[in-house]
Design a protein around this ligand. Structure first.
Ligand SMILES: NC(=O)c1ccc[n+]([C@@H]2O[C@H](COP(=O)([O-])OP(=O)(O)OC[C@H]3O[C@@H](n4cnc5c(N)ncnc54)[C@H](O)[C@@H]3O)[C@@H](O)[C@H]2O)c1
Length: 440
């Protein structure tokens, strides 16, 4: 099938590469000409395990193409995906300007019947807006071209995006046309070998499903962080409690790790957008608001633990940071707890030495740009030299079983503040050479 994916970020590029991998001819479009030029040269601007190889292979096979020219890219395709960003607007709602700009361009330039698929996470009712925007442009052209709008929210996880896309738990298709449903089924069927996992529903329910999924996952995280905070006050071990509750199948082990709070490109903005959607429709989303509040507080818990130990004024202290990305397996730092922790420590006079296997460029160029007193180093052990303590913020595999002897020798105070585990720290002096690690 010939398809086009508009927006070549984490979702668009992964979707485009995976559709191409299944034998489709895919054109990926982006407004950012630098990004597109790099992609044409085989330079991938994001880190996602397995993505580079998949892109290079399909570019070589000539079934994955890149362009900035949306009109040309949709001139001879059956399905066009919208996978542009829907960032948080000033008032907390999802900013639809990019989605609607794309819809407008589609209406201006489409030349044959099209199935337009919203893959971006969008507020309930957006498909109607996309439809109206395209129709307005067609009317202005006096065109009677037909098109369908479908909602196909994306559930991939950064860090495991290729695996998630290639073997999805489910493909949600919100659709009101039989023709569009059949085409979507045809496109996705190769991803299911033994049995399909399509979940078909009306468009608004599909749009809501994505928000509900993210709200549920964020709720589990904030719930467990709250339980961990109470555990600490009453002398209980949150790790043991986690195992105790996770064994109940109704609760399960996933997403109940206490830690430094959730970040990333989705949960913070999607929860804000959902509370806003609720409010606009006359409902106060109390639980989701509380989930956000717990998370906002949680992001600074680790910094509070550091000031409790070293004092409010951190002038003269240096902290080594392991991990900047919002989670392992990605270079994405959007809303990463590391941003909040590092800024808080620096504002109190501390110096920072930071290492992350993939996110250092992101930190330098965007998320910690202009923040003084940060040195970036090339290895996890370089971080330790002259640092007063180590702060573990992203659980990359290479931090799971480090050389504890080295940590003890190099650090001025042999303490690890572990952002994942929520407790103060692992005093290597007293507890021996191991993390008291959750889930291990
Ligand atoms: N990142 C995730 O893990 C994830 C998972 C599921 C869903 N989503 C949702 O998918 C959407 C995209 O997220 P992302 O993380 O891929 O964003 P991203 O910021 O990585 O990529 C968006 C891309 O769209 C491009 N773009 C913007 N306007 C454009 C236009 N008019 N024409 C062509 N390209 C344009 C940008 O240049 C950028 O490359 C969002 O709605 C997000 O909430 C993201």
């Amino acid at each position: 099938m010939n398809i086009t994916v508009i927006g070549s970020g984490y979702v668009g590029l992964v979707s485009g590469a995976c559709f191409a991998e299944m034998g489709n001819t895919v054109t990926c479009v982006d407004i950012d000409s630098v990004k597109i030029e790099k992609l044409k040269q085989g330079l991938i601007h994001i880190f996602e395990p397995g993505l580079e190889q998949m892109v290079l292979k399909n570019v070589k096979n000539k079934n994955l193409l890149f362009t900035t020219n949306l009109g040309e890219a949709i001139s001879d395709v059956e399905i066009v995906f919208i996978a542009v960003g829907t960032p948080m607007g000033d008032d907390g709602s999802a900013d639809l300007q990019y989605v609607l700009a794309v819809a407008k361009s589609i209406g201006k330039s489409m030349k044959k019947r099209l199935i337009v698929v919203d893959k971006s996470t969008v507020p309930i009712g957006t498909a109607d807006k996309v439809k109206a925007t395209i129709q307005k442009e067609l009317d202005a052209r006096n065109s009677d071209l037909q098109f369908d709008v479908v909602s196909n929210p994306e559930f991939l996880k950064e860090g495991a995006a290729i695996a998630d896309f290639m073997k999805p738990d489910r493909v949600v298709i919100g659709v009101d046309s039989e023709i569009a449903f059949k085409k979507m089924k045809q496109l996705y069927s190769p991803f299911f070998r033994s049995h399909d996992r399509f979940i078909t529903m009306d468009i608004r329910s599909a749009e809501m499903t994505k928000y509900a999924a993210n709200a549920m996952l964020a709720t589990k995280i904030s719930f467990m962080n709250e339980i961990a905070n109470i555990c600490e006050k009453v002398g209980a071990d949150a790790n043991q409690v986690r195992i105790g509750i996770g064994s109940d199948q109704r609760i399960g082990y996933n997403f109940i790790y206490p830690g430094a709070g959730y970040g990333g490109s989705c949960f913070p903005k999607d929860l804000k957008a959902l509370t806003k959607i609720a409010k606009e429709n006359g409902y106060t989303a109390q639980l989701i608001t509380a989930v956000e509040e717990v998370n906002d507080t949680q992001k600074l818990v680790i910094a509070q633990k550091i000031t409790t130990h070293f004092g409010e004024d951190l002038t003269g202290f240096t902290f080594g940071i392991w991990g900047l990305a919002f989670k392992p397996g990605t270079d994405d730092m959007r809303e990463a707890p590391a941003i909040y922790v590092i800024k808080e420590l620096v504002s109190r006079g501390a110096k920072i030495k930071a290492y992350d296997p993939k996110a250092i460029d992101e930190a330098k160029q965007h998320y910690l740009k202009g923040v003084q007193n940060i040195t970036y180093v090339d290895s996890k052990y370089e971080v330790l030299k002259d640092s007063d303590a180590l702060v573990l913020l992203t659980e990359w595999k290479e931090f799971r079983s480090p050389d504890f002897e080295e940590i003890k020798i190099q650090l001025k105070t042999p303490i690890v503040f572990d952002g994942r585990n929520q407790y103060i720290a692992y005093d290597l002096e007293n507890k021996g050479f191991e993390y008291h690690r959750i889930g291990k």
